[in-house]
Design a protein around this ligand. Structure first.
Ligand code: OGA
Ligand code: MN
Length: 282
């Protein structure tokens, strides 16, 4: 179409299985065609990444609303005055970061978030990258026999062992920043879900929030879960994003995992996250 020929917008895959970077776009002034191309890229590549954006918190919220309803995070501190924006931060004197292990956000919810929109505000001089991994590529790599077995199974997810009073973060120097210690979460989801837009099958378990297979003990579940995690963590399914202030990532939380590198001790990193609501999984 003429508008596409005239537009300078470029999109380039970040790796074979996950991530698409858009260049020459201004998210404050995004036409419908480019926004549709981003939606499509998100569905098929799991991650859209754009650099050098100048978004106020209000503009970040306005951009997020184009993707769907905003889901307010119960655990992360809010950015003063904007409950929609959660702060993901690590100070110079903190050791623990947020999201420093492979996970997908909100799998402990009955209707997990569709995705998140993470905007870098302050970044360390080096390090602080985020890794993403494609859970549809991980699924595709399994044998037909294992795929068939997994299609019959469900898994139980919770965030209580992470965020509750005696959870993992309570023993770290992030404890004072986090809230929601008394919330209780539990959700049962199919181990293999279908992407609502592409129909592609996705491996939907993750090391942070999946407790066990439904009807199995944790002890019985761990060997198979760990096998699936090993497959899912293969480098060939990953991409890496290096941030600068103004970089923004939109990820599909059903079809990807992410992992925040914690390799910048002594420096500050501050990210603004808005979470977008999802739809029931099947
Ligand atoms: C998150 C998260 C990763 C990062 O916001 O959900 O895991 O790199 N952040 O900050
Ligand atoms: Mn996360």
């Amino acid at each position: 179409m003429a508008t596409q020929l005239l537009s300078r917008v470029q999109s380039t895959p970040i790796s074979e299985h996950v991530g698409m970077e858009f260049k020459h776009v201004d998210l404050n002034d995004l036409d419908e065609n480019t926004f549709d191309a981003m939606r499509q890229a998100l569905a098929y590549h799991g991650l859209v990444f754009v650099r050098d954006q100048q978004l106020t918190p209000e503009q970040h919220i306005a951009f997020a609303r184009r993707w769907g309803e905003i889901d307010i995070n119960n655990y992360f501190p809010a950015n003063g005055g904007h409950p929609e924006i959660a702060e993901v931060r690590k100070a110079e004197n903190q050791q623990t970061n947020i999201g420093g292990g492979w996970h997908t956000d909100h799998s402990y919810d009955q209707i997990p978030a569709m995705g998140s929109i993470l905007l870098a505000r302050e970044t360390p001089p080096t390090g602080g990258d985020t890794l993403f991994a494609s859970m549809s590529a991980a699924f595709d790599s399994l044998s037909d026999g294992l795929k068939d077995t997994l299609r019959t199974m469900r898994a139980v997810h919770s965030a209580d062992h992470i965020y509750s009073k005696d959870g993992i973060y309570s023993k770290t120097d992030q404890a004072g920043d986090l809230k929601g210690h008394d919330l209780r979460t539990r959700a049962v989801h199919p181990v293999i879900i279908r992407h609502p837009r592409t129909g592609r099958e996705i491996l939907y378990v993750n090391p942070a929030f999946t407790l066990h297979f439904d009807g199995w003990t944790r002890e019985e579940s761990l060997p198979l879960l760990n096998y699936l995690y090993q497959v899912a963590m293969r480098e060939e399914f990953q991409c890496r994003v290096t941030w600068a202030p103004g970089s923004i990532a939109i990820w599909d939380n059903r079809s990807t995992w992410h992992h925040a590198m914690n390799d910048y001790h002594g420096h500050r990193r501050l990210m603004h996250r808005i979470t977008i609501s999802g739809e029931p999984l099947s």
